[in-house]
Design a protein around this ligand. Structure first.
Ligand SMILES: Cc1cc2nc3c(=O)[nH]c(=O)nc-3n(C[C@H](O)[C@H](O)[C@H](O)COP(=O)(O)OP(=O)(O)OC[C@H]3O[C@@H](n4cnc5c(N)ncnc54)[C@H](O)[C@@H]3O)c2cc1C
Length: 438
């Protein structure tokens, strides 16, 4: 870390999208103004991340009149801060989907979740979104036997379903990843990677091109039903709508009592280096896949379009204050995996909230007639958040069948008041197990 980076204004400020590498390299957001009057639309969407924007886009494609509000701006949340890895499938594997949801529905869920990267690629293609997309596949890497069980199961279960996925042998790890820190892994050809904020802004531009109204700096403070329709309240205007969709994921606040309790938001830290030297550029991920490991406290990494190394992992705090000390865990993991990368070349630090669910699958809620929410992507929302938008749009227009994750009422996480203590205990346990059984 250089002293100029340490002393810069953003360094110790509270986290904002502009402090991230993506914020600095995304180009301009289309000119937008906050909501300043009362309006009426068919569907109002709260939250302009991948999920909310994809919902709006899929509705607008069917001629539905949509308005989107965001407390900040499109892509401000996890969508503009993540690793950009377009990951196929859910956290749970297809056999477990079948076990939980029955054979027919479980297989349909697997097919839809597995095809989510294809939806992302199709939207990028159709709307000509310039977001540094690479369709190079996705690596999952294991250190020891525990991780190997996960990658082997992935290869077996998806392979049986005709997916192009295969095991990486130990001798392939160093030439393809640029490290000896892992013993085995897999490559899933359905995946890819992109610049997430460019993708979010591209989705916003696509929405605008179809007539969607997008209002930044417009926090929704209440959603209520009167005798005729839903009303979303904001500081300087209201939105009347037949249907409201809430897509606030890890940034869900108190607007709908109980919704925040349905997920566990966990802060994740990301660091990015200066562009790598020519030697490291061709050594680390030479084919430019994104990679994540199977550790319980997982690390992930990738290379951006200007050859910077990005590295993400758990952070030592749940407070959104950008300070180097809080990134110690990730920096030491990065040093362990890529010892040749000089820590002084780290120029960017930022954080974002991942929304975890206790059952490891995202949730689609029908909170009331005409009030929906989709959230809890468990760190896999680039593809799944986009797919959820398509599914939520289908629910809004009564076109969604019984072939994806079921609509559920709002669940509660027991003892949610103690979740910060719970997160700390869980992280300590995971760290210990990663050392004992990698
Ligand atoms: C550091 C990090 C790395 C990640 N890496 C990956 C990855 O490589 N691959 C992957 O698939 N997934 C990854 N994820 C997960 C992924 O980023 C998320 O699952 C996805 O972006 C969620 O999108 P979303 O639209 O649901 O929510 P968000 O993008 O978080 O958007 C929620 C929006 O709601 C707005 N909002 C909240 N409350 C209100 C309100 N009351 N009124 C108006 N607006 C409101 C916020 O301002 C925010 O813009 C990562 C996440 C993080 C944090």
């Amino acid at each position: 870390m250089t002293s100029s980076a340490k002393n810069s204004a953003w360094y110790q400020s509270s986290c904002h999208i502009k402090t991230s590498l993506w914020g600095k390299t995304a180009g301009d957001l289309p000119e937008l103004s906050p909501l300043s009057q009362d309006i009426s639309v068919d569907v109002a969407v709260v939250g302009a991340g991948f999920c909310g924007l994809s919902t709006a886009l899929h509705l607008a494609e069917q001629g539905v009149n949509v308005a989107v509000v965001d407390a900040h701006e499109p892509g401000w949340g996890a969508s503009g801060r993540n690793g950009g890895q377009v990951i196929p499938g859910l956290k749970i594997l297809p056999d477990e989907m079948v076990e939980r949801f029955g054979s027919e529905r479980g297989e349909q869920i697997a097919t839809t979740a597995g095809s989510a990267p294809g939806l992302v690629f199709d939207l990028i293609d159709r709307y000509k979104i310039d977001c540094d997309l690479r369709r190079t596949g996705w690596f999952q890497l294991a250190k020891g036997d525990h991780g190997r069980v996960t990658t082997d199961s992935h290869v077996d279960q998806w392979g049986q379903r005709g997916v192009s996925v295969r095991t990486l042998r130990k001798d392939e790890i160093e030439p393809r990843i640029g490290t000896t820190a892992y013993a085995s892994g897999l490559i899933d050809d359905r995946g890819g990677n992109l610049h997430p904020l460019k993708y979010a802004r591209g989705l916003a531009a696509a929405c605008l091109s179809l007539g969607v109204q997008i209002y930044p700096k417009t926090p929704a403070t209440a959603v209520q039903h009167n005798s005729k329709h839903w009303q979303v309240t904001t500081e300087n205007g209201t939105i009347s709508a037949e249907t409201v969709v809430v897509c606030t994921n890890g940034y869900t606040g108190t607007m709908l009592p109980g919704l925040a309790n349905s997920i566990v938001p966990v802060l994740t830290g990301v660091v990015a280096t200066d562009p790598l030297s020519d030697n490291l550029k061709s050594k680390i991920l030479p084919e430019r896949q994104g990679a994540a490991d199977t550790q319980r406290l997982l690390s992930w990494f990738g290379i951006d379009a200007e050859d910077r190394l990005l590295f993400g992992s758990r952070i030592n705090t749940q407070k959104e204050v950008i300070h180097e000390d809080n990134f110690g865990f990730g920096l030491s993991r990065m040093r362990e995996i890529f010892p040749e990368v000089d820590i002084k070349t780290v120029q960017h630090l930022w954080t974002g909230r991942v929304a975890l669910t206790l059952d490891h699958v995202p949730h689609i809620h029908k909170l009331a007639e005409g009030l929906y929410s989709g959230l809890g992507f468990n760190g896999r929302g680039v593809a799944m958040g986009t797919m959820f938008g398509k599914i939520l749009a289908a629910h809004c227009t009564d076109k969604q069948g019984d072939d994806f994750l079921p609509l559920t009422p709002m669940p509660k996480i027991p003892f949610n008041r103690f979740r910060n203590q719970g997160i700390t205990i869980a992280l300590t346990w995971k760290r210990m197990m990663d050392t004992l059984r990698p």
